[in-house]
Design a protein around this ligand. Structure first.
Ligand code: MG
Length: 388
Protein backbone atom coordinates (compact mmCIF):
# COMPACT_ATOMS: atom_id res chain seq x y z
CA UNK A 1 0.00 0.00 0.00
CA UNK A 2 1.29 3.41 -0.93
CA UNK A 3 1.38 6.05 1.77
CA UNK A 4 -0.70 9.01 0.56
CA UNK A 5 0.96 12.30 1.46
CA UNK A 6 -0.42 15.84 1.75
CA UNK A 7 2.37 18.38 1.27
CA UNK A 8 1.50 21.77 2.71
CA UNK A 9 3.93 24.32 1.28
CA UNK A 10 5.02 22.29 -1.75
CA UNK A 11 6.84 25.07 -3.63
CA UNK A 12 9.36 25.92 -0.87
CA UNK A 13 12.76 24.35 -0.25
CA UNK A 14 11.52 21.40 1.86
CA UNK A 15 8.38 20.93 -0.27
CA UNK A 16 10.30 20.60 -3.54
CA UNK A 17 12.84 18.23 -1.96
CA UNK A 18 9.98 16.13 -0.54
CA UNK A 19 8.61 15.72 -4.06
CA UNK A 20 12.09 14.54 -5.11
CA UNK A 21 11.94 11.93 -2.33
CA UNK A 22 8.51 10.80 -3.54
CA UNK A 23 9.74 10.62 -7.15
CA UNK A 24 12.61 8.39 -6.00
CA UNK A 25 10.17 6.03 -4.22
CA UNK A 26 7.03 5.95 -6.34
CA UNK A 27 6.25 2.43 -5.15
CA UNK A 28 6.03 3.71 -1.55
CA UNK A 29 4.38 7.12 -1.78
CA UNK A 30 1.57 8.89 -3.58
CA UNK A 31 0.74 12.61 -3.55
CA UNK A 32 -2.82 13.22 -2.37
CA UNK A 33 -2.75 16.99 -1.74
CA UNK A 34 -0.46 19.87 -2.69
CA UNK A 35 -0.81 23.37 -1.26
CA UNK A 36 1.24 26.52 -1.81
CA UNK A 37 0.88 30.24 -1.25
CA UNK A 38 3.35 31.72 -3.73
CA UNK A 39 4.56 30.54 -7.10
CA UNK A 40 1.37 29.28 -8.83
CA UNK A 41 3.42 28.29 -11.90
CA UNK A 42 5.52 25.82 -9.91
CA UNK A 43 2.42 24.56 -8.07
CA UNK A 44 0.75 23.85 -11.42
CA UNK A 45 3.76 22.01 -12.85
CA UNK A 46 4.10 19.95 -9.65
CA UNK A 47 0.42 19.00 -9.89
CA UNK A 48 0.72 18.08 -13.57
CA UNK A 49 3.63 15.78 -12.73
CA UNK A 50 2.38 14.20 -9.48
CA UNK A 51 -1.40 14.16 -10.16
CA UNK A 52 -2.71 14.81 -6.65
CA UNK A 53 -6.42 14.56 -5.93
CA UNK A 54 -6.60 18.09 -4.56
CA UNK A 55 -4.59 21.30 -4.94
CA UNK A 56 -5.07 24.37 -2.74
CA UNK A 57 -3.63 27.77 -3.45
CA UNK A 58 -3.42 29.56 -0.11
CA UNK A 59 -3.48 32.85 -1.98
CA UNK A 60 -6.98 33.49 -3.47
CA UNK A 61 -5.52 35.68 -6.22
CA UNK A 62 -3.99 32.65 -7.93
CA UNK A 63 -7.20 30.61 -7.93
CA UNK A 64 -8.30 31.28 -11.55
CA UNK A 65 -4.90 30.55 -12.99
CA UNK A 66 -4.45 27.29 -11.05
CA UNK A 67 -8.06 26.19 -11.64
CA UNK A 68 -7.87 26.76 -15.41
CA UNK A 69 -4.65 24.79 -15.66
CA UNK A 70 -5.68 21.80 -13.53
CA UNK A 71 -9.44 21.42 -14.02
CA UNK A 72 -9.03 19.58 -17.37
CA UNK A 73 -6.79 17.05 -15.55
CA UNK A 74 -9.57 16.20 -13.09
CA UNK A 75 -7.67 17.71 -10.15
CA UNK A 76 -9.87 19.53 -7.62
CA UNK A 77 -8.69 23.09 -6.94
CA UNK A 78 -9.56 25.21 -3.90
CA UNK A 79 -8.32 28.52 -2.52
CA UNK A 80 -7.72 30.15 0.85
CA UNK A 81 -6.42 29.15 4.28
CA UNK A 82 -9.80 27.75 5.40
CA UNK A 83 -9.68 25.35 2.43
CA UNK A 84 -6.28 24.07 3.57
CA UNK A 85 -7.74 23.25 6.97
CA UNK A 86 -10.78 21.57 5.38
CA UNK A 87 -8.86 19.26 3.05
CA UNK A 88 -7.02 17.89 6.09
CA UNK A 89 -10.27 16.10 6.98
CA UNK A 90 -9.83 13.83 3.92
CA UNK A 91 -9.74 10.17 4.99
CA UNK A 92 -7.43 9.37 2.09
CA UNK A 93 -4.51 11.33 3.60
CA UNK A 94 -2.16 9.01 5.51
CA UNK A 95 0.41 11.60 6.47
CA UNK A 96 0.88 15.37 6.30
CA UNK A 97 4.18 17.09 5.55
CA UNK A 98 4.01 20.57 6.99
CA UNK A 99 6.52 22.67 5.08
CA UNK A 100 4.81 26.08 5.24
CA UNK A 101 7.17 28.72 6.66
CA UNK A 102 6.26 31.17 9.39
CA UNK A 103 3.60 31.42 12.06
CA UNK A 104 0.87 30.86 9.40
CA UNK A 105 1.59 27.14 9.73
CA UNK A 106 0.07 26.95 13.22
CA UNK A 107 -3.59 26.58 12.21
CA UNK A 108 -2.99 23.96 9.51
CA UNK A 109 -0.77 22.06 11.97
CA UNK A 110 -3.46 22.07 14.67
CA UNK A 111 -6.05 20.97 12.07
CA UNK A 112 -3.86 18.09 10.92
CA UNK A 113 -3.41 16.91 14.50
CA UNK A 114 -7.13 17.25 15.31
CA UNK A 115 -7.81 15.06 12.28
CA UNK A 116 -5.46 12.49 13.83
CA UNK A 117 -2.96 12.71 10.97
CA UNK A 118 0.65 11.85 11.57
CA UNK A 119 2.62 15.02 10.81
CA UNK A 120 6.13 15.31 9.42
CA UNK A 121 6.96 18.77 10.74
CA UNK A 122 9.41 21.07 8.95
CA UNK A 123 7.94 24.33 10.22
CA UNK A 124 9.82 25.85 13.17
CA UNK A 125 7.67 28.80 14.17
CA UNK A 126 4.63 26.77 15.22
CA UNK A 127 6.66 24.99 17.90
CA UNK A 128 8.76 28.01 18.86
CA UNK A 129 5.74 30.24 19.35
CA UNK A 130 3.01 27.88 20.52
CA UNK A 131 4.74 24.60 21.38
CA UNK A 132 2.44 23.92 24.30
CA UNK A 133 -0.72 24.08 22.14
CA UNK A 134 0.90 21.83 19.54
CA UNK A 135 2.03 19.23 22.08
CA UNK A 136 -1.44 19.23 23.68
CA UNK A 137 -3.16 18.71 20.32
CA UNK A 138 -0.86 15.80 19.45
CA UNK A 139 -1.40 14.15 22.85
CA UNK A 140 -5.19 14.62 22.89
CA UNK A 141 -5.54 13.11 19.43
CA UNK A 142 -3.02 10.33 20.03
CA UNK A 143 -1.03 11.15 16.97
CA UNK A 144 2.65 11.84 16.49
CA UNK A 145 4.92 14.49 15.11
CA UNK A 146 7.97 13.30 13.17
CA UNK A 147 10.61 16.04 13.00
CA UNK A 148 12.08 16.97 9.61
CA UNK A 149 14.75 19.37 10.87
CA UNK A 150 18.05 17.43 10.68
CA UNK A 151 18.99 17.92 14.35
CA UNK A 152 15.62 16.84 15.69
CA UNK A 153 15.46 13.98 13.24
CA UNK A 154 18.83 12.87 14.66
CA UNK A 155 17.58 13.04 18.26
CA UNK A 156 14.34 11.28 17.28
CA UNK A 157 16.37 8.45 15.70
CA UNK A 158 18.68 8.19 18.74
CA UNK A 159 15.59 7.80 20.94
CA UNK A 160 14.05 5.00 18.83
CA UNK A 161 13.93 1.83 20.88
CA UNK A 162 14.75 3.60 24.13
CA UNK A 163 11.24 3.30 25.61
CA UNK A 164 11.06 5.20 28.89
CA UNK A 165 14.81 5.38 29.49
CA UNK A 166 15.41 8.87 30.86
CA UNK A 167 17.49 11.28 28.79
CA UNK A 168 20.37 12.93 30.61
CA UNK A 169 20.72 15.66 27.98
CA UNK A 170 20.59 16.30 24.25
CA UNK A 171 23.29 18.19 22.36
CA UNK A 172 22.27 20.04 19.22
CA UNK A 173 25.11 20.57 16.76
CA UNK A 174 25.51 23.86 14.88
CA UNK A 175 27.83 24.57 11.94
CA UNK A 176 28.43 28.05 13.36
CA UNK A 177 27.43 29.59 10.02
CA UNK A 178 29.56 31.73 7.67
CA UNK A 179 30.70 34.17 10.38
CA UNK A 180 32.07 31.67 12.90
CA UNK A 181 35.16 33.12 14.60
CA UNK A 182 34.38 36.77 13.75
CA UNK A 183 34.46 39.45 16.47
CA UNK A 184 31.92 42.23 17.02
CA UNK A 185 33.82 44.71 14.81
CA UNK A 186 33.90 42.30 11.86
CA UNK A 187 30.23 41.42 12.34
CA UNK A 188 29.25 45.09 11.90
CA UNK A 189 30.55 45.01 8.33
CA UNK A 190 29.04 41.77 6.96
CA UNK A 191 26.48 42.08 4.14
CA UNK A 192 23.31 40.13 3.31
CA UNK A 193 25.19 38.46 0.44
CA UNK A 194 27.85 37.25 2.93
CA UNK A 195 25.16 35.93 5.27
CA UNK A 196 23.46 33.97 2.48
CA UNK A 197 26.61 31.93 1.77
CA UNK A 198 26.05 29.04 4.15
CA UNK A 199 29.18 26.88 4.43
CA UNK A 200 27.38 23.51 4.46
CA UNK A 201 23.60 23.60 3.95
CA UNK A 202 23.11 25.02 0.45
CA UNK A 203 19.44 24.61 -0.36
CA UNK A 204 17.83 26.49 2.55
CA UNK A 205 15.57 29.53 2.25
CA UNK A 206 16.98 33.05 2.91
CA UNK A 207 15.33 33.55 6.31
CA UNK A 208 16.71 30.35 7.85
CA UNK A 209 20.13 30.94 6.26
CA UNK A 210 20.40 34.33 8.00
CA UNK A 211 19.11 32.71 11.21
CA UNK A 212 21.96 30.20 10.89
CA UNK A 213 24.46 33.03 10.55
CA UNK A 214 23.17 34.75 13.73
CA UNK A 215 22.76 31.41 15.60
CA UNK A 216 19.07 32.26 16.15
CA UNK A 217 18.27 29.12 14.18
CA UNK A 218 20.00 27.04 16.85
CA UNK A 219 18.13 28.94 19.56
CA UNK A 220 14.83 28.11 17.83
CA UNK A 221 15.94 24.50 17.58
CA UNK A 222 16.58 24.38 21.34
CA UNK A 223 12.99 25.58 21.90
CA UNK A 224 11.70 23.00 19.40
CA UNK A 225 13.65 20.25 21.19
CA UNK A 226 12.05 21.29 24.48
CA UNK A 227 8.55 20.70 23.08
CA UNK A 228 9.27 17.72 20.82
CA UNK A 229 11.12 15.67 23.41
CA UNK A 230 9.63 17.07 26.63
CA UNK A 231 13.00 18.20 28.01
CA UNK A 232 13.68 21.04 30.47
CA UNK A 233 16.04 23.79 29.20
CA UNK A 234 18.79 22.54 31.53
CA UNK A 235 18.98 19.29 29.51
CA UNK A 236 19.45 20.99 26.13
CA UNK A 237 22.89 22.12 24.96
CA UNK A 238 24.44 23.47 21.78
CA UNK A 239 27.90 22.60 20.43
CA UNK A 240 29.46 24.05 17.29
CA UNK A 241 30.54 21.36 14.83
CA UNK A 242 31.60 22.90 11.50
CA UNK A 243 31.59 19.68 9.43
CA UNK A 244 27.87 19.07 10.15
CA UNK A 245 28.41 15.31 9.98
CA UNK A 246 27.19 14.58 13.52
CA UNK A 247 23.59 15.79 13.33
CA UNK A 248 22.96 15.74 17.11
CA UNK A 249 23.53 13.57 20.18
CA UNK A 250 21.65 12.09 23.14
CA UNK A 251 23.28 11.34 26.51
CA UNK A 252 21.82 8.60 28.71
CA UNK A 253 22.07 7.89 32.47
CA UNK A 254 24.73 5.19 32.07
CA UNK A 255 27.10 7.55 30.26
CA UNK A 256 26.26 6.16 26.82
CA UNK A 257 26.06 8.80 24.11
CA UNK A 258 24.17 8.06 20.91
CA UNK A 259 24.69 10.23 17.85
CA UNK A 260 23.34 10.15 14.34
CA UNK A 261 25.86 10.80 11.56
CA UNK A 262 25.54 11.22 7.83
CA UNK A 263 26.24 13.38 4.81
CA UNK A 264 24.56 16.76 5.40
CA UNK A 265 21.66 16.84 2.95
CA UNK A 266 18.00 17.51 3.76
CA UNK A 267 16.96 14.69 1.43
CA UNK A 268 17.80 12.20 4.21
CA UNK A 269 15.71 13.58 7.11
CA UNK A 270 12.82 14.41 4.74
CA UNK A 271 12.82 10.84 3.43
CA UNK A 272 12.96 9.40 6.94
CA UNK A 273 10.10 11.60 8.16
CA UNK A 274 7.97 10.23 5.30
CA UNK A 275 9.06 6.58 5.52
CA UNK A 276 9.13 6.27 9.33
CA UNK A 277 9.21 3.73 10.93
CA UNK A 278 10.72 2.07 7.85
CA UNK A 279 14.00 2.96 6.20
CA UNK A 280 14.13 3.13 2.42
CA UNK A 281 17.27 3.01 0.24
CA UNK A 282 19.09 6.35 0.21
CA UNK A 283 19.97 8.42 -2.82
CA UNK A 284 23.35 9.74 -1.66
CA UNK A 285 26.58 7.80 -1.26
CA UNK A 286 27.05 6.68 2.37
CA UNK A 287 29.28 8.71 4.66
CA UNK A 288 33.00 8.00 4.11
CA UNK A 289 34.76 8.54 7.46
CA UNK A 290 38.20 8.39 5.86
CA UNK A 291 37.25 11.30 3.66
CA UNK A 292 35.77 13.29 6.56
CA UNK A 293 38.93 12.62 8.67
CA UNK A 294 38.25 15.21 11.39
CA UNK A 295 35.22 15.96 13.50
CA UNK A 296 35.73 19.26 15.33
CA UNK A 297 33.70 20.62 18.23
CA UNK A 298 33.78 23.96 20.03
CA UNK A 299 31.63 26.02 22.40
CA UNK A 300 29.28 28.52 20.73
CA UNK A 301 30.36 32.19 20.97
CA UNK A 302 27.34 33.65 22.77
CA UNK A 303 29.12 36.94 23.44
CA UNK A 304 29.28 37.93 19.78
CA UNK A 305 26.28 35.87 18.66
CA UNK A 306 23.83 37.02 21.32
CA UNK A 307 20.72 35.60 19.66
CA UNK A 308 21.52 32.16 21.01
CA UNK A 309 21.59 33.47 24.60
CA UNK A 310 18.36 35.43 24.01
CA UNK A 311 16.63 32.31 22.71
CA UNK A 312 17.67 30.32 25.79
CA UNK A 313 16.39 33.14 27.98
CA UNK A 314 13.03 32.98 26.16
CA UNK A 315 12.97 29.20 26.53
CA UNK A 316 13.63 29.39 30.29
CA UNK A 317 11.06 32.12 31.01
CA UNK A 318 8.47 30.68 28.62
CA UNK A 319 5.02 32.31 28.33
CA UNK A 320 4.78 34.56 25.28
CA UNK A 321 8.54 35.37 25.31
CA UNK A 322 9.43 32.87 22.54
CA UNK A 323 6.62 34.46 20.49
CA UNK A 324 8.20 37.89 21.02
CA UNK A 325 11.62 36.47 20.14
CA UNK A 326 10.32 34.99 16.90
CA UNK A 327 8.34 38.01 15.70
CA UNK A 328 11.10 40.53 16.52
CA UNK A 329 13.67 38.35 14.81
CA UNK A 330 11.58 38.01 11.67
CA UNK A 331 11.26 41.78 11.29
CA UNK A 332 14.95 42.34 12.09
CA UNK A 333 16.12 39.71 9.59
CA UNK A 334 13.86 41.17 6.91
CA UNK A 335 15.28 44.65 7.64
CA UNK A 336 18.82 43.28 7.39
CA UNK A 337 18.12 41.48 4.10
CA UNK A 338 16.68 44.68 2.58
CA UNK A 339 19.69 46.73 3.68
CA UNK A 340 17.86 48.79 6.33
CA UNK A 341 19.98 47.68 9.30
CA UNK A 342 23.38 46.12 9.93
CA UNK A 343 23.85 42.49 10.97
CA UNK A 344 24.86 43.49 14.51
CA UNK A 345 21.52 45.25 15.04
CA UNK A 346 19.47 42.02 14.74
CA UNK A 347 20.03 40.88 18.37
CA UNK A 348 19.62 44.48 19.60
CA UNK A 349 16.11 44.66 18.15
CA UNK A 350 15.18 41.21 19.47
CA UNK A 351 16.39 42.07 22.97
CA UNK A 352 14.67 45.43 23.02
CA UNK A 353 11.32 43.81 22.10
CA UNK A 354 11.80 41.08 24.72
CA UNK A 355 12.24 43.80 27.34
CA UNK A 356 9.34 46.01 26.33
CA UNK A 357 6.47 43.90 24.95
CA UNK A 358 4.11 42.78 27.76
CA UNK A 359 4.99 39.41 29.26
CA UNK A 360 2.11 36.92 29.55
CA UNK A 361 2.80 33.81 31.60
CA UNK A 362 -0.04 31.59 30.30
CA UNK A 363 -0.96 32.87 26.85
CA UNK A 364 -4.03 31.72 24.90
CA UNK A 365 -4.01 31.39 21.12
CA UNK A 366 -5.52 34.89 21.02
CA UNK A 367 -2.68 36.22 23.21
CA UNK A 368 -0.10 34.74 20.84
CA UNK A 369 -1.70 36.44 17.83
CA UNK A 370 -1.83 39.75 19.73
CA UNK A 371 1.78 39.42 20.96
CA UNK A 372 2.93 38.60 17.44
CA UNK A 373 1.22 41.71 16.04
CA UNK A 374 2.41 44.08 18.79
CA UNK A 375 5.99 42.83 18.57
CA UNK A 376 6.12 43.28 14.81
CA UNK A 377 4.85 46.87 15.20
CA UNK A 378 7.45 47.58 17.86
CA UNK A 379 10.32 46.01 15.90
CA UNK A 380 9.33 47.92 12.77
CA UNK A 381 9.26 51.16 14.76
CA UNK A 382 12.79 50.48 16.07
CA UNK A 383 14.05 49.79 12.53
CA UNK A 384 12.57 53.09 11.29
CA UNK A 385 13.64 55.16 14.29
CA UNK A 386 17.30 54.17 14.04
CA UNK A 387 17.39 54.96 10.34
CA UNK A 388 16.21 58.55 10.58
MG1 MG B 1 18.40 22.42 11.58
Amino acid sequence: MKKQIAILGSTGSVGTQALEVIKTHLENFGVEVLTAFNNPELLISQAVEHKPNVVVTGNDEHYRKVFDALDPLDIKVYAGSKAIEQVLEMESIDQVLLAITGFDALNPLLSALRNKKRVALANKESLVVAGELVRQAAAENRTSIIPVDSEHSAIFQCLMGEGNNPVEKVVLTATGGPFRGMDSEQLKRVTPADALKHPVWKKMGNKVTVDSATLMNKGFEAIEAHWLFNLPPSRIEVVVHPQAVVHSLVYFADGVVKAQLGTPDMFVPIQFALSYPDRLPGKLPALDLLQVKHLDFEAPDIKNFRNLALAFEALKKGGNLPCILNAANEIAVQAFLTGQIGFDRIPEIVESCMQTVNFIRKPSLEDYLQTDRLTREKANAIVKRKRS
